[in-house]
Design a binder for this molecule. Structure first.
Ligand code: AMP
Ligand code: ZN
Ligand code: FE
Ligand code: FE
Length: 282
């Protein structure tokens, strides 16, 4: 029996996950994964530590990234895979995303302060105040700081009452369009994949995304039952796209989603790996 499983969607402490890149690699080996792609939000910083850690353990690792975009005012996540880690278009885009995040985090902090819940940048950036930091800080970090300050008692409460989409302290910030994001991924010779279509409620938005120049769709996601996955797998197959999958593991902040809860087999992982190797030899 072929027991090859590769998880293509997970987060580390370089964005809003709680495992360090090295811990994540160790965990992947412990649970028997045969391949991995780390897809932090808007940063590839994890690969600095993860690449040597994976090499030590002989765990094949394919570059990945989860980019924040907007379409018709809805927040849409786009996955990028198999680009070279030194790709200038991808690195430049991550830098722009970091600037956007900083401005947007500031807007959220202002809204919280106006409601009597002041937080300093140091409160939520866990002491990492360097302007050169390539980590992505966002709402989960703000939520955790709100818990530490005693403003809320849980991450869910922070999102539901204050910083979730449409709540009083939410700020969307200027996000990039899906189309320009796909374009940048292709400039960086990566593959662009629709992230977790299962979570998109607006049918018109799904239709728009399916008409765009994607290379794949995340058919297998988190702990969704097989019956709900099939719909997306069929759509992807009809389009001739790659059908990717992964857990969206975040560690302790989302303890109900374990690493490896969704995965892909050897064929898809090899395809991503071959594409990556092709980028290295050019
Ligand atoms: P940001 O990238 O700063 O907009 O934060 C988005 C991240 O916050 C998502 O990727 C999730 O990890 C997390 N998130 C979004 N909505 C919620 C929610 N309602 N409850 C808990 N976490 C959430
Ligand atoms: Zn996240
Ligand atoms: Fe996402
Ligand atoms: Fe994710």
């Amino acid at each position: 029996m072929n027991d090859f499983r590769a998880d293509l969607h997970c987060h580390t402490t370089c964005s809003d996950g709680t495992a360090t890149p090295r811990e994540l690699i160790q965990l992947a080996c412990t649970i028997g994964l045969k391949g991995l792609s780390i897809t932090d939000h808007d940063t590839i910083e994890a690969y600095q530590e993860a690449t040597p850690a994976a090499a030590e353990k002989n765990l094949p690792l394919v570059p990945g990234l989860e980019l924040s975009t907007v379409h018709k005012k809805a927040s849409i996540h786009v996955l990028a895979y198999s680009f070279a880690l030194d790709s200038c278009p991808i690195r430049e885009f991550c830098m722009q995303q970091r600037e956007r995040r900083e401005n947007r985090n500031r807007m959220i902090l202002d809204l919280l302060a106006a409601r009597g819940m002041p937080l300093s940048a140091g409160d939520f950036r866990e002491g990492d105040l360097s302007a050169q930091s390539q980590r992505s800080f966002g709402r989960p970090h703000i939520a955790m700081a709100m818990i530490r300050k005693g403003y809320v008692t849980s991450l869910q409460q922070a999102f539901q009452e204050y910083i979730g989409e449409g709540k009083p302290c939410y700020a969307p910030g200027n996000r990039f369009s899906v189309e320009e994001t796909i374009d940048i991924i292709h400039q960086g010779r990566g593959l662009a994949v629709i992230a977790h279509p299962h979570l998109i409620e607006n049918v018109a938005i799904v239709k728009d995304l399916l008409s765009m120049d994607f290379d794949g769709i995340e058919g297998y996601y988190a702990r969704f039952p097989r019956s709900e996955q099939e719909r997306w797998v069929k759509i992807g197959a009809r389009k001739g796209w790659l059908i990717t999958g992964g857990s969206d593991y975040h560690g302790e902040i989302k303890p109900h989603i374990p690493l490896g809860s969704s995965w892909v087999g050897e064929d898809i992982f090899n395809t991503l790996q071959q594409h990556y190797k092709g980028n290295l030899s050019t």
